[in-house]
Write a protein that binds this ligand. Structure first.
Ligand code: GLN
Length: 542
């Protein structure tokens, strides 16, 4: 029978519920338990796909094409939980489903209300998560976005209160992640905000069983732990101190030392063997001990939000670990190259150049110039999605002489649309959930860098785009521009170009898909790994 862990957040947002949930997932899996993971988001967007990543953070894509919250990226990197459309639900999605049922007359004349109809829908999502899983799920870990006390999270918390009674209180464990600030003037950590936040949770009828205290760089002493335990009515062993820890992947080891998994399993009445984290520990050790450093320029719009490219940043951490080096990723503003700044001057100190995903026109010409520089100066180049499209445009312009070649996304009237709208995208008006999304089959060509990197003939990678390489230019690009198509998605009447590379270059690879979404610290993504290996060779001058 499935047991449930619910994680809520207190005092402030961004308190680390996602990493806590993912870490617990890892610790439970290490003990042989099968887990499922899910996140509820209290905003009204039906999914985060239409939200600005520079405000909300990256949109994480699952195999089955769900556009989800970036916390699912943490779940993916820390655990083996299968993530799908069922793993993320928002207020907008829940209301949408209830309103559609109402329109179909399924409520048989009843007044449709938050309780029970919205709460029923929330509870049914939790059941759906585990219901038709091929193998029975031992523990479902469900994170509630937002902060306790917000108006938006109320229906979710009320649904959890009911759910606990539905499945029986011993089958549920509530973990509250909260901020315990250090007040410099007093010289101590203050537990009062946490007490208030737990009181707010209790008002709704939920008594947390475990309290995880974020304390910045400070560590709680036994007295402070006891104080939180006393005021919040939990046992001392259920107070977990989450001080800031780096690297990110060492965080679960801190929770393990404090026996978070033992406490949760005791509360849920589950017996499980001690568990083995040695592979994870070895990975953390490699991360920490790497001496060599490689400098990568990520050329794009200036972004002041690390989370906007969360999975890419993490995939580089994984690729670094695989190559026993640290990857320093520096964002280089592509717009400056349009204003006369010398590309070679700005990029010459880097060992590799990345042009990543993106939408819209800003900084586009600068990205094309960066691709040209990487090709001509023989610097390793990695293009992701838009980064592949820019590399194609650059080749068409500078090797085929098609001076105005472009993507129709940027210039709908270009005489040479080397990148054009996917045929199935024609006529689509709605922006939400309508891109080419999720995993598609990609067949790799022998004797290519891509085939070498993956060591397999067929791969599945995740997509999120509307535009593609225009096959009308295939012959010229392959025949005259020296482009190698190393991966294709076979598609009945025509093949979609999925990976391109260059023959006369140490390492120039670009994919239409997003390889970052499948990278994990224990299984670094092959293209990222090989790009960093090439950057190391470039650095060494070999
Ligand atoms: N804007 C491009 C497209 O829609 C690239 C998308 C991306 O980089 N994710 O095809």
């Amino acid at each position: 029978m499935t047991k449930y862990v619910f994680t809520t957040g207190g005092v402030v947002s961004s308190v680390g519920k996602g990493v806590l949930s993912a870490s617990l997932g890892l610790l439970l899996e290490a003990r042989g338990l099968r887990i499922a993971m899910m996140k509820f988001d209290p905003y009204i967007n039906v999914d985060p796909g239409t939200m600005n990543p520079f405000e909300h953070g990256e949109v994480f894509v699952t195999d089955d094409g769900a556009e989800t919250d970036l916390d699912l990226g943490h779940y993916q990197r820390f655990t083996r939980a299968k993530l799908s459309q069922k793993s993320n639900a928002t207020t907008g999605g829940i209301y949408n489903a209830v309103i559609q049922k109402e329109r179909r007359g399924e409520f048989l004349g009843k007044t449709v209300q938050v309780i029970p109809h919205i709460t029923d829908e929330i509870k049914s999502r939790i059941r759906m998560l585990t219901a038709d899983s091929e193998d029975p799920i031992d523990v479902a870990i469900i994170e509630i976005g937002g902060t306790v006390g917000d108006i938006e999270s109320l229906p979710f918390l009320e649904a959890l209160r009911q759910f606990r009674l539905d499945v029986g209180p011993p089958n549920c464990c509530f973990i509250h992640v909260t901020l315990v600030p250090f007040i410099a003037a007093a010289g101590e950590l203050k537990t009062k905000p946490t007490q208030h936040s737990v009181r707010a949770l209790r008002d709704i009828g939920i008594q947390p069983n475990v309290i995880v205290c974020r304390t910045g760089s400070h560590v709680m002493g036994p007295e402070q732990r006891h104080k939180v335990a006393l005021f919040c009515d939990v046992t001392d062993d259920a107070i977990i101190n989450a001080q800031d820890i780096s690297p990110l992947y060492a965080i679960p080891l801190n929770f393990k030392r404090q026996k978070l998994d033992d406490t949760v399993l005791r509360l849920l009445g589950i017996e499980a063997p001690a568990g083995d984290l040695s592979e994870w520990e070895a990975m953390v050790e490699r991360l920490v001990s790497a001496q060599e450093e490689v400098q990568i320029a990520a050329v794009g719009k200036y972004v002041n939000h690390d989370d906007a490219y969360k999975s890419i940043n993490e995939a580089f951490v994984h690729a670094g670990a695989a190559n026993d080096c640290k990857v320093r990723l520096t964002w280089v503003d592509s717009e400056q190259f349009e204003k006369g700044v010398d590309v070679a001057g700005a990029l010459k100190s880097y060992h590799g150049i990345l042009v990543g995903p993106g939408f819209g026109t800003r900084g586009i010409e600068g990205k094309i110039k960066a691709a040209q520089y990487a090709r001509e100066a023989q610097v390793p180049y990695f293009g992701i999605c838009l980064g592949m499209q820019m590399a194609v445009i650059e080749l068409a312009r500078n090797r085929l002489g098609l001076r105005e070649a472009h993507s129709t996304e940027i210039n709908p009237r270009t005489p040479d649309p080397v990148i054009s709208l996917l045929s199935e995208q024609r006529g689509i008006q709605d922006l939400g959930g309508t891109m080419r999304l999720g995993a598609y089959r990609c067949e790799l060509k022998p004797d290519t860098k891509a085939r070498q990197a993956y060591g397999e003939d067929v791969i599945f990678e995740r997509h999120r785009h509307r535009y593609e390489f225009n096959n009308a230019y295939l012959e010229a690009m392959v025949g005259k521009a020296g482009m190698v198509v190393s991966g294709i998605h076979p598609k009945g009447d025509h093949d979609l170009v999925e990976i391109i590379e260059l023959k006369d270059h140490p390492w120039f690879c670009a994919s239409q898909f997003h390889p970052e979404f499948k990278s994990t610290p224990l299984r670094p993504q092959p293209l990222f790994r090989e790009f960093i290996a090439a950057a190391l060779r470039h650095k060494a001058g070999t």
